[in-house]
Design a protein around this ligand. Sequence first.
Ligand code: AMP
Ligand code: MG
Length: 417
Amino acid sequence: MADARPTLLTLDEVLQRVLAVAQDRLIAETEKVDTFDALGRVLARPVRSALDVPPADNTSMDGYAMRAADVPAAGQVLAVSQRIPAGVVGQPLQPGTAARIFTGAQVPAGADAVVMQELCEALPGEGLGQVRVGTVLVAGQWIRRRGEDVQHDAEVLLPGARMTPQALGLAASVGASRLTVRRRPRVALFSTGDELVMPGESLKPGAIYNSNRFTLRGLLQAAGCEVQDLGIVPDRLDATRDALQRAAVGNDLILTSGGVSVGEEDHLKPAVKAEGWLEDWQVLMKPGKPLAFGAVRRGDGETEALFMGLPGNPVSSFVTFLLLVAPVLRALQGCAQAVPPAVQVRADFDLPRPDKRREFLRARFNAAGGVELFPNQSSGVLTSAVWADGLVDNPGQQVIARGDTVRLLLLSSLIGA
Ligand code: AMP
Ligand code: MG
């Protein structure tokens, strides 16, 4: 069966195509989860604040609350009329006096400034004693205003927001104990390749350890997915078709590594064609040219699971996951931003012989604030992906000279959120 040559598409064309399909399959099911357990989830409903944060003016310092008008000059002495720890609401401030106050405590009515204790001197006296104010006052100083963080009724988090640790904190700060999020994407994962064995098994001649299973499973978990791991599937058409059928049940996406080139041992593409549909293109990118996209019909004959087949080379599967699968997973979950932005950085390296294709080079920041390349950019060298802070995104045929500005995709923004 001689197939026509696949169409060559740019990464942007492929991204547009796969995102359009994924957006059509936005996961409709939502669930309510405790904010406490919502790390990494994507909001389906906004978080609205029913209060001002902070709820009242409060002091940002340990010190003394007073009226600015009562302190015309530095050195003024005032009687201390009350003591207000955090969590206690004081009395209205008597004119001409100061209130001893501690960080986070509400500023008493009548006071319009706080002076930090380091600028005051406590003096003995009746009752709570006196304080000498060693500074001139500016009304409002060291006071955190009611509502300066969040105002009543504000939507502090919008649908599509990923619940980062700081987003969890913000939701909690407005009192949200439960959140409405989208169901996690369900992804089936398997590796192809008769040469693969698992760490812990003996490495017979010709075998290699299955690293992609670990990298891809970790990437899926970091992206908030439920992973069904189907292990290693033999390089045979019947076994591959069988694995696809099993993987389609109950999953939104089937992700595989290896077996998508044009070799006789590469059975994934024919298997997907037999079990569903497959788009016949290749991506003009390095690493990662062989990549398959399609869908596998479920047993019911009516619904299907998306299919993405990544190349077997460990760096190729890592990079293609970050650039194509991660955006699809974000789109399935309704994330506000499917593709994270790049940053502009200074190249502290030369690339005199760029590839014809758009290249993603493993790069790392140096102490001088520029980026350097890992010396071996081969798609089998996984060390480069661990060493790197990011991928230099170089358009095809673009020579890079030391000092040039280049685009860098940070691994920290590509992985997960
Ligand atoms: P393939 O895409 O199946 O032709 O594989 C390309 C290269 O990647 C070959 O050298 C494979 O041995 C290697 N490879 C494929 N799958 C994996 C895997 N799961 N872990 C590590 N290397 C792999
Ligand atoms: Mg193979």
